[in-house]
Structures are given as C-alpha cells and as structure tokens.
Design a protein around this ligand. Structure first.
Ligand SMILES: *[C@@H]1O[C@H](CO)[C@@H](O)[C@H](O)[C@H]1NC(C)=O
Ligand SMILES: *[C@@H]1O[C@H](CO)[C@@H](O)[C@H](O)[C@H]1NC(C)=O
Ligand SMILES: *[C@@H]1O[C@H](CO)[C@@H](O)[C@H](O)[C@H]1NC(C)=O
Length: 281
C-alpha cells in the first residue's frame, strides 16, 4: 500500500506542474481550494447554524432532565432498599499475635480513628432523640442528628480499654449498616453473630445491649440535608479463649428482627457479613 502511494505523485507531476498551485488558489476564477468565497461563506454559515442547533438541543434536553432531578433524593433506587452490613476494622481477615502490639496496632488505630466522629464531646452537640421512635423530620428545614456517643460501646469504645480487647485476645469488631436515604427498618433490628464450625457456641458481648440498632437513627436524609449524621453502631466483643488461639474462627453476623433482608443468594453483604479471626499467641 505504501509503495503505491509514494510513486503516485511523481507520475502526475510531469504533465502539469502548475496545476497543484491552481488547486489551492486559482486567480482566474478566484477559487480557493475549488470554491469561491461565496461558496465558502455559505458552507461556514451552514455549519454554524447546524452546530448551533445541536448545542441548543443538547442544552435543552439537559435542562429538561435536570428539572426532574432532586438534589437530595437519588432518582433511581433499589426495588426494596436494604442496607449492606460492614465491619470495622476494615478487613475480613483479622489476624494478629496478641502478644505483639505491632501486629494489632493497625486494627486498634483504625478503630480509634473511625470512632473520632463518635467522641462524646462531638456527639454532645447532637440531639437527644426519642428511644424506639423514628426521627421523622420531613418538614423540618434543618435536620437534627441523634446522638451516638462512643462511650455506649463500653469495653469496645476504646476508652476504658485502649486496645479494644486485642491485647487480651478478645477483640472487638464494630458493625454498621450502609446508609440508605429514607430507610425505616420495621421491627427492632439487632445484630446476631455466630461462629461457624464449633462444637460449643462462641461467647460474645454486644454493645449496646443485645446488639440493637435504635429506630431513632432512621430515616437518614442524605448528605446535603443531613451532613453531620452518624450511623448507629453495634460492637461485638469475641470472647475467644485459649482453645481458639492459633485457629481460624469464622464469624457470621446478620441483621435480624426486622424486614431488612439478610439472606440474599446473590449479595452476601446484604444484611450480613462474614469475617475470619485468627488470634495467635
Ligand atoms: C476524641 O477524643 C480523644 C480523647 O478522648 C481526643 O484525643 C481526640 O482528639 C478527639 N477527637 C475529636 C475529633 O474531637
Ligand atoms: C442467632 O442466630 C443463631 C443461628 O442462626 C440462632 O440459633 C439464635 O437463636 C439467634 N439468636 C437470636 C438472639 O436471635
Ligand atoms: C507471637 O509473638 C510471641 C512474642 O513476640 C512469639 O513468641 C510467638 O511465637 C508468636 N506467635 C506466633 C504464632 O507467631
């Protein structure tokens, strides 16, 4: 292909040497690249109008679409909104040597960092809400935020026990539901964790008591209307003992007691989470 193209200009150059100059500007007809000034002007005008029209169409459709959107509520949502369950520390494989602080410091630091926004001093600025009632405030301009103080998490608050139990080989894990705007779980959602593949059930402590998520923290109104909102947390302290050390323990936690889904085959984080813990010594 390339050789043919290279030889082609040499063949045409011989008979008419000046014709290529004419094809750019022809002084006899006043044509510039084969068109007169008037013809060029018309073409330019055509494209100007054409692209102007396209830009106009685009702006119009965009504007019409934006009119249908609400800044505070997503337009497209799941058929039945149900939140995912996530844990802190942000790892589904919690492995550490309890006698070596360097091995668990990343978990402890992560938990402490995460709980900063739940500091009692920070949360005291928020409102005390009615326990067991949704905090509905659709008509209120400034949405209030219900207090969730980290001290509620007691041994898992990082206040009395600054290692969150990692030093003693009885680590705490924090659970929270992902935020969903407008979600109002029916019933009384609580966390139930079970260790798999054990003969006797693994003992655990839940904070707040019974691992409940209070209704007062719902509904959430979205980032714009509810900027300082904090999700309620449930802390689980795994009371591992000597026999559990140096073994992998698989723990599954689920949201129960409400209409929130927790057994979707396709989504294993919907209302539940499974993680592994291996405490060495
Ligand atoms: C939270 O409290 C701890 C001490 O309890 C303090 O060191 C930290 O700076 C506080 N964080 C915020 C964001 O107020
Ligand atoms: C937690 O789940 C286990 C296993 O699914 C079940 O046997 C137990 O009754 C549940 N506990 C509560 C308080 O719902
Ligand atoms: C855990 O750390 C201790 C002390 O640093 C060490 O003696 C022990 O072998 C470690 N255990 C494992 C399983 O690495």
């Amino acid at each position: 292909m390339s050789t043919k193209e290279e030889t082609a200009p040499a063949d045409v150059e011989k008979p008419q040497t000046s014709s290529w100059k004419d094809s750019i500007y022809n002084p006899r007809t006043g044509e510039f690249i084969g068109r007169t000034a008037k013809s060029w002007a018309l073409i330019l005008l055509f494209y100007l109008v054409f692209y102007g029209f396209l830009a106009g169409m685009f702006t119009l459709t965009m504007w019409v679409m934006l009119q249908t959107l609400d800044d505070n509520i997503p337009t497209y949502r799941d058929r039945v909104a149900s939140p995912g369950l996530v844990i802190r520390p942000l790892s589904l494989d919690i492995v550490f040597n309890r006698t070596d602080p360097l091995k668990y410091s990343q978990y402890v630091q992560h938990l402490d960092h995460f709980l900063q926004q739940y500091n009692d001093t920070v949360q005291e600025k928020n409102d005390l809400c009615m326990v067991g009632e949704y905090t509905e405030q659709d008509d209120v301009e400034e949405k209030k935020v219900c207090q969730f103080k980290r001290s509620i998490l007691r041994q898992c608050s990082g206040l009395s026990d600054t290692s969150f139990g990692y030093r003693d080989g009885q680590p705490c894990v924090l659970l929270k539901m992902n935020r969903i705007i407008g979600l109002k779980p029916r019933g009384d959602p609580y966390i139930n964790c079970t260790a798999k593949g054990r003969e006797s059930p693994l003992l655990m402590n839940y904070f707040p008591a019974e691992g409940r998520f209070d209704k007062m923290y719902f509904p959430y109104y979205g980032k714009n209307l509810h900027p300082t909102y904090v999700q309620p947390l449930v802390a689980v302290k795994l009371l591992l003992n000597k026999e559990d050390y140096n073994n992998e323990v698989t723990v599954e936690c689920k949201i129960e007691g409400s209409d929130l889904r927790n057994s979707d085959d396709r989504d294993k984080f919907l209302g539940r989470v499974t993680f592994r813990v291996n405490v060495m010594e």
